[in-house]
Design a protein around this ligand. Structure first.
Ligand SMILES: C[S@@+](CC[C@H](N)C(=O)[O-])C[C@H]1O[C@@H](n2cnc3c(N)ncnc32)[C@H](O)[C@@H]1O
Length: 186
């Protein structure tokens, strides 16, 4: 049985990310899940849309879990190494997302390089969305949040949008948005 946290994360976290990038609209035939971890969000994305999903992570151990627990005919899991996303050509992917990846403590130079690489593989017009804990909900302003907006612009993303979805059915989440979702278009 899923917990309240998992249900909330799915309802206003993941589904808002999918909405931001256009998953399930027929426009997203290929999706990059950057920082897929054990494949939880990847699996939800495979259910919601009909895209071919390239799920990547820097941790082989977590990819093993994803391959074991969230194998899917439209999902391939890839280990990120020094070559970055070299297996993906320029301008080839219809959408990208990173959920709970660029958290406090991430090296800004590394985030900048990652976002530039994600921008490279997206086709013109494609959207990239980042989900993180909302600093206004947990009282901790993520060191990387402003950097995230700056890095999006520096990488060439335009039409930047910030969403802070609320969930009316729950007392806390109806007034304090638990997530912050930043997205931009190539
Ligand atoms: C908290 S998990 C989130 C996993 C998944 N996106 C989700 O929401 O369930 C964070 C993941 O990001 C990955 N990660 C962190 N920094 C990364 C980076 N610079 N490049 C690729 N993966 C990264 C970690 O290895 C980890 O699997």
């Amino acid at each position: 049985m899923s917990t309240k946290f998992e249900e909330t994360t799915d309802l206003i976290g993941y589904l808002t990310v999918f909405d931001e990038i256009g998953l399930g609209t027929g426009q997203v035939r290929t999706l990059l899940d950057y920082g897929c971890g054990p494949g939880t969000v990847t699996a939800r994305a495979a259910e919601v849309g009909d895209a071919e999903i390239f799920a990547v992570d820097g941790e082989e151990r977590l990819l093993d879990v994803a391959r074991r627990e969230h194998a899917h005919p439209r999902v391939t899991y890839h280990l990120l190494g020094d070559a970055g996303l070299a297996f993906l050509p320029d301008d080839s992917v219809d959408a990208a997302m990173s959920c709970s990846v660029f958290v406090s403590g991430a090296d800004p130079a590394e985030v900048r390089a990652d976002v530039a690489e994600i921008h490279r593989v997206l086709r013109p017009g494609a959207r990239y969305a980042v989900l993180d804990t909302n600093p206004d909900a947990d009282g901790v302003r993520l060191a990387t949040f402003q950097a995230c907006l700056d890095v999006f612009s520096e990488a060439g993303f335009t039409d930047l949008r910030v969403r802070e979805p609320l969930l009316d059915a729950l007392p806390d989440e109806s007034t304090r948005p638990p997530f912050l979702i930043v997205s931009g278009a190539k």
